[in-house]
Design a protein around this ligand. Sequence first.
Ligand code: CP
Length: 334
Amino acid sequence: NRALLSMEDISLEDIELVLECASEMKERVLNEDESLLTIAPNKILGCIFYEPSTRTCSSFQAAMQRLGGKLISITDVQSSSVSKGETLDDTIRCLAQYCDAVCIRHPTKGAAKQAAIAAQVSKGGGKKKKEEFFLKKDNVPVINAGDGSGEHPTQVLLDLFTMFEYNERHRIDNLTMTFIDLKYRRTAHSLVPALFKFRNIKVHLVSPKFLAFPDELKNKLIEDERIKKHNNTIIESKEITQTILQTTDVMYVTRIQKERFSDSSVYEKFKGVYVIDNSLLNKCKPTMILMHPLPRVDEIATECDDNPRSKYFQQMKCGMYVRMALLALILGNH
Ligand code: CP
């Protein structure tokens, strides 16, 4: 039983295990394999979402039910005792009494780690040091379903699975990847380091200067000796250049997250700065895949939905297979 809090804690071997298990889950779902229901019977997943979610929340719920497990869901925290002022720690301590694992989304960076500590304390044994809890065997594992501008590790794993499934070579090395819009994107912040666990990855980071990938994260990657050894590179630009269009294998577009801007006039200035439409997509390689974690606002025109390069709806489905794999590995007799 392991918590899943940050991609930093996940090795290449762990990623490969999750991808392999997700492929198996996909196969078994498509074959309507009823024995899936025997993977986590009598297990209960607690889902608490302090921030809105459609995909993450519903795919965790679908995944748990497809494995034969059950759910306690708090998706409207204002209908819970949070509205009476109950703290995050006490709320998690409560769920940890009833559930075998807890999945949490929260607007504050670090909230999932805090929840992992609270989930442990609830089982008795007094207070322990923070470091003792992370990725150690846990009584009540906590899964980070997005903590503000921090991380969204299950999104990263489903993104990697989508790339594995839909890029023509079914491999995640030797890929050229382009990210559009970056500053507040926890997905990009975790996906780039995760990709760099693989080899020969070229990453283009495209954004206006104001929305650039944080320098601190970028420099950490550039200076990492393992990344140099893997022959991975980062190239920044403000525009989607011809070279990018002609060489990209995976284009990853994100929403400029309005909710992360303290000044809405700044958001208004940058929204719509890059819009992907069919005229742009058709200049890309026919094998290029277009991904987006969704929800989108206007950064991908709906005319692209039927373009064979667009894989963002398939990406959502991959989310269910990956969450089935994670729950099976964390909770199930798999
Ligand atoms: N991609 C993603 O996390 O979507 P939701 O916010 O709908 O869960």
